[in-house]
Design a protein around this ligand. Sequence first.
Ligand SMILES: Cc1cc2nc3c(=O)[nH]c(=O)nc-3n(C[C@H](O)[C@H](O)[C@H](O)COP(=O)(O)OP(=O)(O)OC[C@H]3O[C@@H](n4cnc5c(N)ncnc54)[C@H](O)[C@@H]3O)c2cc1C
Length: 361
Amino acid sequence: MNESSTAARRQAHLLDALRSAAAPEADCAFPAAEMARLTQAGLLAAPIPRRLGGLGAGTEPEGGGLAARLLILCGRANPAVGRLFEAHVNALRLIVRFGDQAQLRAACEDAAGGHLFGLWVTDPPGECLRVRDGRLLGRKGPSSGAGHCTRALVTADIGGEAGATCLFLAALTGREPVAPVSGLHGMRAAANGVVTLDGVAAPADAQIGSAGDYLREPDFSCGAWRTSAVTAGMLDALAEMVRSHLVRRGQAGAPMQQARFGEILIARETAQLWVERACLLAEAEGGDPAAQIAYVNLARIAVESASLDALRHAQRSLGLAAFVAPHPLERLARDLTTYLRQPAPDSVLLEASAWHLGRPE
Ligand SMILES: Cc1cc2nc3c(=O)[nH]c(=O)nc-3n(C[C@H](O)[C@H](O)[C@H](O)COP(=O)(O)OP(=O)(O)OC[C@H]3O[C@@H](n4cnc5c(N)ncnc54)[C@H](O)[C@@H]3O)c2cc1C
């Protein structure tokens, strides 16, 4: 069997595993069983570049379409898995882009071996993770996968006059102290917390790239299409929940329920079309970076609006049932509305709009 048919078989196996993924487990429980099953099916190895034995999903231009399908299916099956996989892809992509060959090989071996990578770039208010004498000093968070990720790509201040911020790849035990985010509305199963990283090794050869690489454009902004893909998958799950509820309740023939369901289908398709095109443009080599960023920024807002529209129709269709656990829509609505709160939505809309207004006629 040649290499490309082996890859096609692995891809088909992984997509099948995601299509048959189990419903989310208990509200606050990390989806350990599902992650183990999907890791076994090759999910964590999928972003490894093809020349190193992976499928290049989300890390190579040719793997963009596969990444989109995987992220949509993850979001549909289990939003927490979607959130975790999206960060895993992002971390590996940054290592592919900025790491040296030895770092890349080691990271790919880890991913193939089942290590879940986190991308932890948020510092608690008033704090800043630092590297001093080859060790991390401080905390990172809120971070998803806290206590479960065994590799974390973190931003940290390396000192010096400029106080440069660099990426470091930290090997974790999963036993680092975690202060969970309490009172969180949704996405609780993604294990969100503030992680204390004092003393974790961060030698010079764990530094990925140079100062400022994390924010390098167009990758920094364009990567948002992957978050939107997970959202589109959640919207797909929402449509299915409404469909089965209406059929079960014998309301599939009621005109107002049909009208609302039609609006939900439009929202679902809108999200998927924006995601598909954002993926195509963002992953294309040699594109105009400003145009790519503007498109992905608009896609982010379009998918957010479609999701909120669909949720409004879904909750009106189901009535109070949509707000009573354990109805699956109760949980999905909390996960979706929480996940939609991505950073700086106002500025991405304004930047995209300004770019279009400033373009020559
Ligand atoms: C559960 C959870 C898990 C997380 N996981 C991770 C993780 O794994 N890794 C990680 O790195 N981070 C993580 N984070 C951090 C997260 O990415 C950001 O903190 C969060 O998404 C920012 O969203 P926000 O709605 O607070 O955005 P904000 O950007 O603060 O936006 C809030 C609102 O304020 C507006 N706004 C923003 N700035 C200004 C301004 N200067 N002036 C006027 N208006 C403004 C925005 O447009 C928006 O309307 C996590 C956070 C949570 C809560």
